[in-house]
Structures are given as C-alpha cells and as structure tokens.
Design a protein around this ligand. Structure first.
Ligand code: FDA
Length: 400
C-alpha cells in the first residue's frame, strides 16, 4: 500500500512525486510509456523551453482564470531556476523571457528523475492502467503490472497533443468517472488550416516568414500577439499563429496586420510626391519579395488591374489608403486547425471549478488530485505550460 500513486510520469507528475517523496510519503509513479517524459525530451527543439521568466496568471487561458494564481505564486520561475542551479544545469534566455537549456532537454529529465529518486519514489514504467477503483481505504489501480493500492491518487496524464507519443484522454475519463466536469478539450498552440480551394492562391508562399501583429476574439476572449508568421502549404503557422490558435474559435476571423507598428497610409502618402518607384518595388522593400508579388497579383485579380506597376507618384490617394488598410487588416477565416497531431497542447480539460486551487484536490472526492495539462489551464507559447506543470505539481506535492 502506497501513500500516493501518481499517474503520468511527465513534467507535472515527476515534480509532484519528487516533492511528496521528499516529504517522506511512499510514492509510486505509474506511466504506460516505456520511455520517460517524451514531451520534455522533444520540447523546445530538444532544448526544453522550461519556463518563462515573466510567467503570471495573465499568460494562461482557462474558463476559471483566477484558479492558477495560487499555484503560480507558490512556485515561481525563480524557484525552478534555483532547482536548476542545485543540479548544475545551465540555461539561457532566447526570446521574450523564454528560458532554454544550454545543452539538452535530457538534463531536465535527469534532474526530475534524480529528485524522484531522492524522495524514494518507485517507478512503474510501461505500466498501463485498465481500471481505477475507489473505496474506504483509497484507490486501487488495476494495471498490466498487477494491482497498485494507494491512499491518494494524483492524475497527471497530460493532454491529448501528439497521440503518437502516448498522449491520451485518460485524465478526462477519470475526471468524468468521479463526477467532475470537463471543459471541452481542443487542440491549441497549433497551425491553422484553410479550405484547399481558398488557400490555393497562397500555397506558393509556403516558407515565407515575417513579423506580424494579429488578433482574434473580443472582450475577455480576445488574444493579440506580435510574433513571426509562417506561410505553409495548407495554411499558416509560426509562433504568431500558434499563439492565436489558443484563442481562435471555429467560424471566427483572425485579423493580421502585415506591417505592424507602422502607419502605411501615412508613409505612402508622405513619400508620394515625385516618387517614380512602382508599388511593387515599394512593397518588396517592406516584405519578402514573394509576398509582395503575390499580394499585388491577387489585388490585380481582385479588380485593381495595373496596381503592381503603378508608380507611387501616380497612385490616387484613395488607392494607397485602401492598399494600406488591406495590409494592416488582412482578415481571414480559418477552416480548422492541424489537429492534435501537430498541436503543442490541449486547451480545456478538467474543470477547475471542481478542484481546490491550493491543493488541486477534487472537491467532491477526497484523496483525488489533478495537475498539469489535464487541468483546464493552458499557457501561451513560450515556457508557460511547463511552468504550470511545475507549479501545479509542487502545490499538490506539498498538500498531499
Ligand atoms: P505530460 O504530457 O508531460 O505527461 C503526461 C504523462 O502521462 C506522459 O508521460 C504519458 O505517457 C502519461 N500518460 C498519458 N496517458 C496515460 C495513460 N492512459 N496511462 C498511463 N500514463 C499515461 N511547453 C513548454 O512550456 N515549453 C516548451 O518548450 C514546450 N514544447 C513542446 C513541444 C511539443 C512538440 C509539445 C507536444 C509540447 C510542448 N510543450 C512545451 C508543452 C508541454 O510539453 C506540456 O504542456 C507538458 O509536458 C505538460 O505536462 P504534464 O505533466 O501535464 O503532461
């Protein structure tokens, strides 16, 4: 009989098991994967963007936005950096507070494994769980390695992104089994796709990248980011799109400013007098040439013949204003996302209104806890999701 069974030996599960084990609890960590923490391994291009130095509640999406506050305040990015220091793991800041390992994400896995070993955690890797029973004395897991009994159960089975790495919806099934509500899950931090016919005229831009400002949604559901956009064969990707995908709702438009931070109408009108440059040359100075070519070609096809070769000096003010507006407010409606196979995370998950924010314990079932990505707390791109995994894991590990 264990004090605690932690189901899922990923980022949150290992952190929680280590904290609980080091407090003297008898902990068993169960995972159906043969290899430990595959998502940490592949994260951040193999260097694991393990936190974001500015991580705070505003960087997370949830139906219950205040829920994450307590755990995030109780374990900060600085706390994780102190842990890295103790294990001599060196790191660097890459972009907007995103912290990566200098060497490889393996060092984070090794650190967590060592922390678990220091807490005497028992490992059950390659162990699948068929059924979870619950009675007076706690929980009984019917597993491929025999029954496991524990007074408390922590569910840390993550989200559904990248099923080919063993991601499942098991955490959500367990939540439902115990009468908890689930906020509808969907892929997030994911490329957006468009109707093949709609995208045909843009598919040749595949590989073009540029910085944009983009937004979607309204009021509290609005998301806005200044990031790099990448054109692909099927649609749009890159950090800008991954960020906005978490806010995007099917049927809604996204609005892309392809010349962020500038007033293009003002600039074009101010430099117009005596300027013999063709509009094509002007746009090619602003953007990758392929994008300038295609943009003007499509505008010409859309009823503005001769636009590309029009000299700036000869262009009517109205034409320049309309061109600038189209560039600042490129509005398009994605047909969908590239799905869990390409997503970095799952949005939605166990409804946090059914959980205690300090301990992550289910309000209606004593001894049952949910942490990490399985819970309806989803971070932006940039190290926030691992910070939530660490923080929720520590909050739970201390409360068990
Ligand atoms: P995690 O997915 O880490 O662990 C869940 C564990 O549960 C897995 O080991 C799985 O095998 C196990 N499991 C699942 N179902 C089970 C079942 N039925 N029975 C037994 N075990 C089961 N985030 C970030 O902050 N910075 C980054 O750089 C990246 N990069 C990144 C790249 C890619 C390609 C992906 C897919 C994701 C990221 N992320 C990220 C997101 C990050 O990996 C993710 O949010 C955390 O790993 C979530 O931690 P959890 O512990 O909740 O789940």
């Amino acid at each position: 009989m264990f004090d605690v069974a932690v189901l899922g030996a990923g980022a949150a599960g290992m952190m929680c098991a280590a904290v609980a084990g080091q407090r003297g609890l008898r902990v068993v960590l169960v995972d159906h994967a043969e290899r430990l923490a595959e998502k940490i391994r592949i994260s951040g291009g193999g260097r694991c963007n393990f936190t974001n130095i500015g991580a705070g509640p505003a960087n997370f999406l949830s139906d219950n936005p205040h829920f994450c506050r307590s755990a995030l305040a109780g374990y900060t990015p600085q706390d994780f950096l102190a842990l890295l220091k103790r294990h001599h793991v060196s790191w660097h800041e890459k972009h907007r507070g995103q912290l990566f390992c200098d060497d490889s994400s393996e060092s984070i896995i090794e650190l967590l494994r060592a922390e678990c070993d220091a807490g005497g955690v028992q490992w059950r890797m390659g162990c699948s769980v068929a059924e979870i029973g619950h009675g007076e004395h706690g929980f009984e897991l019917r597993t491929s390695q025999g029954p496991i009994r524990a007074a408390k159960l922590v569910v840390a089975t993550g989200g559904m992104a990248i099923p080919q790495l063993g991601a499942t919806d098991f955490g959500l099934k367990i939540a439902r089994q115990f009468g908890l509500k689930v906020v509808e899950p969907r892929p997030a931090l994911v490329p957006l796709t468009f109707d093949a016919e709609q995208w045909q005229s843009l598919s040749e831009l595949s590989g073009v990248a540029l910085e944009v400002n983009l937004h979607t949604g309204q009021g509290k559901a609005r998301g806005e980011f200044l990031e790099d956009l990448l054109f692909t064969h099927r649609g749009l990707s890159g950090p800008a799109i991954l960020q906005i995908s978490s806010f995007w709702k099917p049927g809604e438009p996204i609005v892309v400013d392809l010349a962020p931070g500038r007033d293009l109408a003002e600039e074009l009108l101010a430099s117009k007098s005596g300027n013999r440059q063709q509009l094509h040359t002007v746009l090619a100075g602003l953007w990758p040439k392929r994008l300038a070519d295609r943009w003007l070609h499509l505008a010409e096809q859309g009823g503005k013949p001769g636009l590309a070769s029009l000299r700036l000096a000869d262009a009517p003010d109205k034409t320049l204003r309309a061109l600038a507006q189209d560039i600042h407010q490129w509005t398009l409606v994605p047909s969908g996302t590239a799905g869990y196979k390409k997503a970095e995370v799952m949005r939605g998950g166990v409804d946090t209104r059914g959980l205690d924010q300090k301990s992550m314990q289910a309000k209606t079932t004593a001894g049952l806890y949910f942490i990490g990505e399985a819970v309806d707390v989803t971070g932006w791109l940039g190290g926030y999701n691992f910070q939530w995994a660490w923080a929720s894991g520590v909050a739970c590990g201390k409360a068990l």
